[in-house]
Design a protein. Structure first.
Length: 58
């Protein structure tokens, strides 16, 4: 009886963990896309030149 309960608890926990990992993965992809868009926008508007000088790039 106790073993069955433990198995049920483990089965209940795994899909939640999977959902959280998928959510984190989607969030990570969105952050990367936003970062790429930000760099693209800076290059397009010419604001990247000032930032690249701050980091020491010519």
């Amino acid at each position: 009886m106790s073993k069955d309960k433990k198995a049920q608890v483990q089965l209940k926990e795994t899909p939640v963990e999977k959902e959280i990992s998928i959510f984190l993965l989607i969030l990570f992809i969105i952050l990367i896309l936003l970062f790429i868009y930000l760099i693209y926008w800076m290059l397009k508007s010419g604001k990247f030149v000032g930032i690249s000088r701050l980091f020491g790039f010519r």
